[in-house]
Design a protein around this ligand. Structure first.
Ligand code: ATP
Ligand code: MG
Length: 576
């Protein structure tokens, strides 16, 4: 089992670390003067869904390389399939890339802007006898290509003359044939060991309105024909993609060499997979459409917009991508590493505040009625610059239900009748009793305080084992807290038994809503996106659903970090 950090683990910003294999290739190319030392990469999403954390890996790799080697990185929408693509996705993708802190070269580019150039190149291949119009329906084309163990068979239309092919292809474009009735195919080798080389389809007839070109075209280029051409047109030097395209590279090479145009070098790397989630845009779309989540930006989604709403910062995502490195073998990363990265970041940045998830009334019997003291609380012990704030203390407070037990087990150091505990930034208090309702549920706890212990220290050096958080009942704000679990119940949701799908592994408890939490008054007016640590309860982020009456918080992550333990054991990567 490989270690959590692949061999070529590196943080690119740190020159002392070794380069990953992609950067090594780039560096070697610069040294040898290839492409006149130019480095030009691109991030080429298909606008058929929102970006996810896997895309972030590709984004940081492509933009990172451009940045580090003085090159450029394009943002190009690979919009060659009119059926699944939408303007909404074009907008969200730009927003997400910007939010991650990256700037693309010039304006965003669109593959659809190259339709005319690609069409001209297709005519050139036809004229050179390297492409032909095939009258077989798509299904028969597919069958005729054979299998891994069975060679394909030549299309009966394979030996048409270039002039006949040109005429037919022009008629295809002119709309003279019905959808799906003909294709343009590359003339390569129907017995080739690589299935991709068995006369692949370059164009299909499809009357669909494109989000940018409208109804100008009724033939659309296939991905394999289009993708390498797009890179060539833009002068991309290093065309970085995921491993599943390794088998397609010989075809891209064949197209570019046959055309005699600029030839980018394709480099494949392992895609990101995370436990307890998945990255397929098709499946993520299904979750959105079926209402299994509230939208693409549901905080449980692995999308960039979901992570943003959940409270992840761009820095934590970047840091995660740097830690996982770039390798040539597929593996699944433990989602706890991602959580570890956001904790690390928020630990440094998030102000500490007090909030009670499940309030229980605490009455300090010897505290003066009506008195309110403004006590000093430290904003962030990790950041001395963060200073202090005032929190109101009064006779009636709320504490966590979980912090009181009438009969306590041995290691319970919180509030128990007869025992003294510290109220954070407040006083030492000793529990004197509790009140229950008819059903036996504790509805109020009573205590007495020691006025000599203001600020949470006793002048006589007396120690207490427990410190608990609280809020003033009179001054607390109402809040809704949304707590999240993993979206799926098993590490690999796609690992399904006969008759099941990944949907059978959706976690029914992935969202818990606490509607009557109480938080300290310093949070009044906190804007959506504000990040805090509710002491002992986790890191939270103000949600866009917040109203004038009620603050709504998403829990970004709990405080308990199990990653360090996992890392020590040499885990972190699953399978692969
Ligand atoms: P899907 O198959 O779910 O539609 P995709 O890979 O086709 O995903 P694209 O929009 O084509 O999605 O991806 C844009 C870029 O992001 C591609 O260069 C692709 O290699 C990269 N990418 C997509 N998913 C991942 C991932 N999980 N890890 C790393 N890179 C990824
Ligand atoms: Mg794709």
């Amino acid at each position: 089992m490989p270690n959590a950090k692949p061999d070529n683990f590196e943080i690119s910003a740190d020159p002392k670390r070794s380069l990953d294999f992609v950067r090594t290739i780039v560096k070697t190319d610069i040294a040898s003067g290839k492409n006149d030392g130019r480095v030009h990469t691109r991030f080429p999403p298909e606008p058929n869904g929102y970006l996810h954390i896997g895309h972030a890996k590709s984004i940081f790799l492509n933009f990172g390389i451009a940045e580090e080697f003085g090159g450029k990185c394009n943002l190009r929408f690979d919009d060659t399939n009119p059926v699944k693509e939408e303007e909404e996705y074009v907008e969200s993708i730009q927003e997400d890339v910007r939010w991650l802190g990256l700037t693309w070269e010039g304006a965003p580019l669109f593959a659809s802007d190259y339709f005319e150039q690609m069409y001209a190149w297709a005519e050139k291949l036809i004229e050179d006898g390297k492409a032909y119009v095939c009258d077989l329906p798509l299904e028969e084309v597919r069958q005729g290509r054979g299998t891994l163990t069975k060679p394909g068979i030549n299309s009966p239309h394979r030996d048409r003359s270039p002039s006949e092919n040109l005429d037919l292809f022009r008629k295809m474009r002119a709309g003279e044939f019905p959808d799906g009735s003909r294709t343009l195919r590359a003339k390569i080798d129907m017995t080739h060991a690589n299935m991709n080389m068995r006369d692949p389809v370059m164009y299909r007839i499809l009357r669909a309105t494109h989000h940018r070109t409208g109804d100008a075209w009724c033939i659309y280029p296939m991905y394999d024909w289009a993708h390498g051409n797009e890179d060539s047109i833009e002068g991309i030097t290093h065309s970085i993609c995921t491993l599943e395209f390794e088998d397609h590279r010989p075809l891209y090479d064949w197209f570019l060499d046959s055309l005699g145009v600029f030839h980018p070098q394709q480099i494949e790397f392992a895609r990101l997979d995370l436990t307890y989630t998945m990255m397929s845009k098709r499946k993520l779309l299904e979750l959105v459409v079926d209402g299994k989540v509230s939208g693409w930006d549901d905080p449980r989604m692995p999308t960039i917009s979901g992570l943003r709403r959940r409270g992840y910062s761009p820095e934590s995502i970047r840091n995660f991508c740097e830690r996982i490195g770039v390798a040539k073998f597929n593996s699944t990363i433990d989602i706890q590493l991602l959580e570890h990265c956001v904790r690390e970041d928020l630990n440094k940045r998030a102000p500490r505040v007090m909030g009670v998830m499940r309030p229980l009334k605490l009455v300090i019997e010897n505290y003066p009625e009506g008195q309110v003291e403004e006590l000093d609380a430290i904003n962030n012990p990790e950041d001395p610059e963060a200073g202090t704030r005032k929190v109101p203390f009064s006779k009636v407070l709320y504490i966590e239900q979980a912090d009181f037990r009438e009969a306590a087990p041995r290691k319970f150091f919180r509030m128990v009748p007869g025992r003294e505990v510290r109220l954070r930034y407040g006083y030492f208090v000793t529990c004197t009793g509790c009140t229950k309702d008819e059903s036996g549920t504790v509805v109020e706890v009573q205590c007495s305080y020691d006025p000599e212990t203001k600020g949470g220290d006793s002048p006589d050096g007396r120690k207490v084992k427990g410190t608990i958080h609280w809020v003033s009942a009179a001054r607390a704000l109402d809040a809704e807290l949304r707590l999240y679990g993993h979206l799926f119940t098993q590490e690999n949701p796609s690992d399904t038994a006969e008759g099941q799908t990944y949907l059978d592994h959706l976690n029914p408890d992935s969202l818990e809503v606490i509607r009557d939490a109480k938080v300290e008054p310093s949070l009044a007016g906190a804007a959506p996106g504000t990040q805090v640590q509710f002491e002992r309860n986790g890191y939270f982020c103000v949600d866009v659903d917040t109203t004038a009456d009620k603050l709504v918080f998403n829990r970004t992550v709990t405080l308990k970090d199990s990653w360090k333990k996992i890392e020590k054991k040499g885990g972190g990567e699953k399978g692969g």
